[in-house]
Design a protein around this ligand. Structure first.
Ligand code: CP
Ligand code: NVA
Length: 307
């Protein structure tokens, strides 16, 4: 049995196989064929943080696969009143067929997985957001940007950046990460990424100059400057990220046909200008829709790997 906790645990072949499966199921659905790959299965979805896309895409996804989704907010279940993760895991995994968790520490997710009898999927932690990257790469494939791309990240060194690092390092493409001083990526994630990059041939560059990252890039991407759980740092962060807005002038440094990605929710006027967000190069709503299709690939693939 496999879990989907970080792309660190996946090979290039597995990542591409899952995305391909998602694309095949997407094509079936677009042709009006809903195959019940996960008939009568229940996906438990535990949320310790807010969500629009993750909740809707997993709930609709499992429904379209012939199963049902169970939305469990930590505000309502005993987890929120202190029941241990390992007890919650042993109870839920006896009744449900798969579990998705959105939480704070990656260690909490890993603890749940250790005690779970069924596959566990990371629906975002402070460290990683791997299902988002499956949708992002699917979007790159559909927009013709998956052939040796140069991807530029402009912004915070956060869970999304770490996931991009893992994707680039595993698949072997070029990733340039521009963060302000003091907002660099987690050092152990960087070490892992460098190790995988040495094997795959990926080129990874870290800089404090967004222009250096974006120059001639095929894909430009960013994320909020204030992730969930960092709300108290908002005022300081907005000052420290001055000069990091992906605006028309910055986008003009990338290739003329470059695409703009953002996992959403987006804060216009901060990490991205209105003009770029709503502009012709922005494919953020294709990307958001692909959460549904990519995660079906993840769920059906995990189901196929059960012992
Ligand atoms: N991108 C993303 O995970 O969105 P939500 O927080 O709305 O789920
Ligand atoms: N980095 C953001 C991503 C939201 C989908 C956060 O963790 O809040």
């Amino acid at each position: 049995m496999r879990h989907f906790l970080t792309l660190k645990d996946y090979t290039k072949e597995e990542i591409l196989e899952i995305i391909d499966l998602g694309l095949r199921i997407k094509a079936e659905v677009k042709a009006g064929r809903f195959t019940p790959y996960l008939q009568n299965q229940t996906l438990a979805m535990i949320f310790e943080k807010s969500s629009t896309r993750t909740r809707v895409s997993f709930e609709v996804g499992i429904y379209q696969l012939g199963g049902t989704g169970l939305f469990l907010s930590s505000r309502d279940i005993q987890l929120g009143r202190g029941e241990p993760m390992k007890d919650t895991a042993r109870v839920i995994s006896r009744m449900c067929d798969m579990v998705m968790i959105r939480t704070f520490e990656q260690e909490k997710l890993e603890e749940f997985a250790r005690f779970s009898n069924v596959p566990v999927i990371n629906g975002l932690t402070d460290l990683y957001h791997p299902v988002q990257l499956m949708a992002d790469y699917m979007t790159m494939i559909e927009h013709g940007k998956a052939d040796n791309p140069v991807v530029a990240w402009v912004g915070d060194g956060n869970n999304m950046t770490h996931s991009w690092l893992m994707l680039a390092a595993k698949l072997g493409f070029e990733l340039r990460v521009a963060t302000p001083k003091g907002y660099e990526c987690d050092t152990s994630v960087v070490e892992d990424a460098r190790r995988f990059a040495a094997e795959s041939g990926a080129k990874i560059l870290f800089t404090h100059d967004p222009k250096e990252a974006v120059e001639d890039a095929d894909v430009v991407t960013t994320d909020t400057w204030v992730s969930m759980g960092e709300e108290e740092e908002k005022e300081k962060r907005l000052k420290d990220f001055a000069g990091y807005t992906v605006d028309g002038a910055m986008m003009a440094l990338a290739k003329p046909d470059a695409i703009f990605l953002h996992c959403l929710p987006a804060y216009r006027g901060l990490e991205v200008s209105e003009e770029v967000f709503e502009g012709a190069q922005s494919v953020v709503f294709d990307e958001a829709e692909n959460r549904l299709h990519a995660q079906k690939g993840v769920m059906v693939w995990l189901d196929s790997r059960r012992s």
